[in-house]
Design a protein around this ligand. Structure first.
Ligand code: ADP
Ligand code: ADP
Length: 243
């Protein structure tokens, strides 16, 4: 069974223009992600990829349709219709989201930033600090940076701290929105390895990557969006060859 089943998802935005024009970002999207599957969203800029991820994470409230999510307890919940209080719980325990930007808390060290993502998901404090150290090593953040404030890091360092925090206690479903956009090839490769390892633990991933080789390396399936609709879906080799 799927962890995520999106059905007929719609989302409109009313623009802040004089005539209040409406942009239809998603026009009835269907999509499934199974445990251990990595579905990469592809399509031109403005196709609706980020909007889809944000509807699943409930940053945006869907304008129509259903976002069925299978919880660890086996319950099927519609993220599009959940009360806000339940959404917070789901985000804390089952659905993770990593954007290209780290939301660094002021006066919090790099190590604490990552470790607190673990304690928020129920890890014991010491275990979380150990796991945070391991994750930071893996994404190539040198130890002398661990007690610095996360706010002072470079863009690429922040991005690596963000992915360490987002993967320290892997959620059932991980949403990735261009998590390697600011990284040089070596660091990028280390982060992609970390994501590949997650999939083998059964985490379901729904991602947006700008570069085709990340999709080729990680995705088990590619879903191409265009104008808010699903244009194609299939194995990466097939989709990347046809497009
Ligand atoms: P992609 O991630 O594929 O580049 P987006 O999901 O960011 O596409 O955008 C899809 C469409 O929705 C675009 O036309 C974009 O301008 C519009 N859009 C996205 N977010 C907003 C927003 N917060 N307000 C208004 N329009 C938005
Ligand atoms: P997209 O998915 O369309 O590439 P993002 O969702 O990553 O765009 O961000 C939308 C805009 O908001 C970007 O132009 C970015 O500059 C800004 N933004 C979003 N989150 C942050 C953040 N945490 N810090 C700084 N800027 C941010």
């Amino acid at each position: 069974g799927s962890v995520l089943s999106v059905r007929g998802l719609r989302k409109d935005f009313t623009l802040h223009t004089i005539d209040g024009r409406v942009v239809e970002a998603l026009h009835g999207v269907d999509l499934d992600v199974a445990p251990g599957e990595h579905v990469a969203l592809a399509g031109t800029s403005g196709a609706g990829k980020s909007t889809l991820l944000r509807c699943v994470y409930r940053t945006y409230l869907a304008g129509g349709g259903h976002i069925w999510f299978r919880t660890a307890a086996g319950d099927l919940v519609d993220v599009a219709a959940l009360p806000d209080a339940t959404v917070a719980d789901l985000r804390g325990h089952e659905i993770g989201y990593v954007s290209q930007f780290l939301k660094a808390q002021p006066r919090r060290s790099v190590l604490t930033t990552v470790a607190s993502a673990g304690t928020a998901r129920g890890m014991a404090r010491d275990a979380a600090r150990e796991a945070a150290a391991a994750a930071l090593r893996q994404v190539g953040i040198a130890e002398h940076l661990w007690d610095m404030h996360a706010t002072v890091l470079s863009g690429g360092q922040k991005q690596r701290v963000n992915i360490a925090a987002g993967t320290i206690a892997p959620p059932r479903l991980l949403l990735l929105d261009e998590p390697v956009s600011a990284l040089d090839p070596a660091n990028r490769s280390a982060v992609l390895d970390l994501i590949a390892r997650l999939e083998r633990t059964g985490t379901a991933v729904l991602s947006v990557f700008h570069d085709l080789d990340a999709i080729e390396r990680l995705a088990t399936r590619v879903v191409v969006l265009g104008g808010g609709r699903v244009l194609a879906s299939g194995p990466p080799e097939q989709i990347l060859r046809d497009s």
